[in-house]
Design a protein around this ligand. Structure first.
Ligand code: C2E
Ligand code: MG
Ligand code: MG
Length: 601
């Protein structure tokens, strides 16, 4: 960076600071924050800059000089005012993330409502402002209390903890302030694709965030591999040089790069063909923007079930013309004569949802129900790389989601509500067909039958529920698939590479928590004395968990049958180890039938 090449003296820095304050010479830059799955901009972080080429161009030096001169508050207020004015001037979309020193939050200048009146003047609603508090700056800790943060929250602002993970008190701030957002510092993002420890940290942050209903934003994404790792981990918001640098005038455009990478992600993971929005698309004739309304009227006449015609600009949809609007216009006296030669743009409605075909139905339903305006759209225009493919209706979407829900319920295990063997097998075949790399872990309990016989099936059910809860808690993420084959048999298909850590956690937690389901006497004795069929009494150790893991070769296994056979063998080995055990099979494919016969001879 230009300014860092030149080392200025302290007095030069002080002079530069006073000039900046006198001339209000701060230029806010804005860095976009994206929804990593849709590629949409969800907000902008304001980052202040001193004059270009001056020793205080970059904020770190600018702010440290201001602290040394006792001018922090003055500088902060200037930065904030400039950021708000520029945000409004540029008409930027989404939320505005403002870095604010915590000590300022409690200062009288702030409480006088200076920001509120400015917001009103600029017509920016309060719920679009997110106050970023960082524990990076030691001076920030003075005066920051839950009460002062609550005060601002009650006024309608959102709170974010910035740079989580680099200081000492991030978790404490998180638990005390209960922010709406946490931003994971770039330290954890850089090289996350090569570092299992960083991934573990991020996983834990996500788990806490989920339970506290807090959104996680990843900062400093620089490479496509980092982005892909974050998506695998389940991060859905982020910023970084890869996606957009801080600039004076950001474009607010959807990130093409993100839509492509999220398409790859969706294709690689979760969504089955039938669960994608492309399955709703009906090929309905479209018209261009300069088509006249008479032609559209003809289209409706010749196609009585058609309710809306998509309007394209080149190949890109811009909205629809609805039958009801056209009929209303034409039904007035002279309506047809007056309007049939006018362009469709006259009746163009753009309150439709335009979605890439690979997106999952559930995500579209989420988008629809979380729209700011209340009028739910009737049409869903499906596109591929932005080009028109077809049109679906809200009714179709609801019907499909209901059907899927019913189908899932049919194939789910009633105890755990997890998918049973039909969806498990379908998922295995899907991953094999797409040549995806995955591990399959097969979970089975040791000594479950005697436990059931001794305590009765109701307590047996509690054991199954306990195990399913632990597995769900530890293994749920967008790359994994959890299933319940039946009885005490569960599987997890791991698309993420941390299967070992997760299985160990499940094992440890089960071993600990299952004790609560035994009597103290049984715990003391290490198991149960149970009468068998022939009335003899045998001793059975407390329940333990056997996990057989396989890493099938997707190029050598043709269907789920082979994977299931590999998994059954691995489970047998794990059981043979006795007690709580994990066994990873080195076998990646089944031997062919002829090789098997030869082996037997
Ligand atoms: P921050 O709030 O954590 O801001 C993110 C910093 O990371 C910015 O540095 C940004 O340019 C940089 N960054 C963004 N994406 C990437 C990336 O992919 N890789 C790397 N290596 N860096 C990336 P910047 O602009 O130098 O700001 C530094 C810090 O100065 C900010 O850290 C923030 O704490 C503070 N700051 C900036 N403007 C203001 C302000 O107006 N008020 C206050 N109180 N603090 C500010
Ligand atoms: Mg920040
Ligand atoms: Mg930060």
């Amino acid at each position: 960076m230009q300014s860092s090449l030149y080392k200025s003296s302290f007095s030069e820095d002080i002079d530069a600071l006073y000039r900046i304050l006198d001339d209000a010479a701060i230029t806010p830059h804005f860095q976009p924050i994206y929804d990593l799955l849709s590629g949409d901009v969800v907000g902008h972080e304001a980052l202040s800059r001193g004059p270009l080429g001056s020793p205080l161009e970059m904020p770190d030096k600018l702010f440290s000089t201001a602290i040394n001169c006792g001018k922090l508050h003055e500088l902060e207020l200037l930065c904030r005012e400039k950021s708000l004015r520029r945000f409004s001037e540029l008409g930027l979309s989404g939320k505005l993330f403002l870095n604010i020193s915590a000590s300022l939050l409690s200062s009288p200048d702030h409480q006088k409502g200076m920001t509120l009146s400015l917001l009103e003047k600029l017509n920016i609603s309060r719920d679009r402002i997110v106050i970023e508090l960082s524990e990076q700056h030691p001076y920030d800790h003075f005066g920051l209390s839950r009460a002062s943060v609550e005060y601002y929250r009650r006024m309608g602002f959102n709170i974010a903890i910035d740079d989580l993970g680099v200081g000492y008190s991030g978790l404490r701030m998180w638990s005390e302030l209960q922010p709406e957002y946490v931003k994971i510092d770039k330290h954890f993002v850089q090289g996350v694709d090569k570092d299992t420890v960083k991934r573990e940290f991020i996983r834990s942050i996500i788990a806490i965030a989920q339970s506290l209903r807090c959104e996680v934003i990843a900062e400093g994404i620089e490479t496509p591999r980092e982005l892909e790792s974050l998506l695998d981990l389940g991060i859905t918001r982020g910023q970084g040089f890869l996606l957009g640098r801080p600039v004076i005038e950001p474009s607010c455009k959807q990130s093409k790069f993100l839509t492509n990478s999220s398409r790859r992600f969706e294709l690689r993971h979760a969504v089955d063909e039938r669960d994608r929005v492309s399955s709703l698309a009906k090929e309905v004739p479209s018209v261009s923007k300069d088509t006249d309304l008479g032609t559209v009227g003809q289209l409706f006449k010749s196609n009585p079930v058609l309710q809306a015609v998509p309007v394209l600009s080149n190949a890109t949809p811009v909205g629809v013309v609805r039958r009801s609007d056209l009929m209303e216009l034409f039904s007035t006296q002279y309506g047809r004569a007056l309007y049939e030669h006018k362009q469709v743009t006259r009746l163009l409605r753009d309150d439709v949802l335009i979605v890439e075909g690979y997106v999952s139905l559930s995500k579209v339903s989420y988008q629809l129900t979380n729209q700011d305006n209340n009028n739910l759209n009737n049409e869903i225009i499906v596109v591929e790389d932005g080009c028109y493919v077809g049109i679906g209706s809200l009714r179709d979407l609801l019907k499909r989601i209901t059907d899927l829900k019913i189908q899932n319920a049919t194939y789910s295990n009633p105890l755990s509500l997890l998918p049973g063997s039909v969806p498990i097998n379908r998922e295995l075949d899907r991953r094999l067909n797409s040549a995806l790399d995955f591990y399959l872990a097969y979970f089975d309990l040791n000594n479950f039958k005697p436990f059931n016989d001794h305590y009765g099936y109701a307590r047996g059910d509690l054991v199954i529920q306990l195990l399913s809860q632990i597995i769900k808690r530890e293994a749920s993420n967008s790359a994994n698939f959890i299933g319940h084959i039946g009885g005490d048999d569960f599987v997890v298909i791991f698309g993420s590479d941390n299967w070992q850590v997760v299985c160990q956690k499940i094992l440890d937690q089960f071993a600990q928590q299952v004790k609560d389901l035994y009597s103290p006497k049984a715990i003391q004795e290490g198991g149960l004395w149970v009468k068998g069929r022939t009335q003899e009494v045998s001793f059975y150790e407390t329940l333990s968990l056997a996990i057989g893991v396989v890493h099938p070769d997707p190029y050598a296994c043709e269907s789920y049958h082979e994977v299931a056979e590999l998994a059954a063998q691995a489970k047998k080995e794990a059981k043979a180890m006795g007690g709580n055990a994990i066994f990873l099979s080195r076998r990646r494919k089944m031997r062919s039938e002829s090789a098997r016969k030869e082996g037997n001879n």
